[in-house]
Design a protein. Structure first.
Length: 123
């Protein structure tokens, strides 16, 4: 469940993050004031994350899903997911800060959504 949720949620969030950063930097015609079309198209920009972010999201979901049974703290698990998301994104996509930020944000959101679905801590 964790792996599937990370693959479903993570790339979409990552696509939104990347597009937002590029829009702030002036890419995509958003250097000026955003138009109504820009605002309405924003939810669709998350879809661009799937071809690029599916593999890092799957790796992150698999690793944190496996580690979940050994981590009691929800906050600790979310922090671990965030760190692993940044690392896997940098390893797979490249060592640029934008990939680390995107992977960390996507993993954080995915972990927040799946924190109650993750395998529980056991002795």
């Amino acid at each position: 469940m964790v792996l599937g949720a990370f693959v479903l949620i993570g790339p979409y969030v990552g696509g939104l993050v990347i597009w937002s950063i590029l829009a702030i930097e002036g890419f995509g015609g958003l250097a000026g004031r955003p138009s109504l079309a820009d605002v309405l198209a924003f939810p669709l920009t998350g879809l661009i994350g799937y071809p690029f972010g599916a593999l890092p999201a799957a790796a992150t979901g698999l690793l944190v899903g496996l580690a979940s049974a050994h981590i009691r703290s929800k906050a600790g698990w979310i922090l671990l997911a965030t760190a692993i998301g940044a690392l896997t994104s940098m390893l797979i996509l490249g060592t640029m800060w934008i990939f680390a930020l995107t992977g960390a944000t996507a993993a954080f959101v995915s972990a927040m959504v799946t924190v109650h679905l993750r395998p529980r801590w056991s002795n």
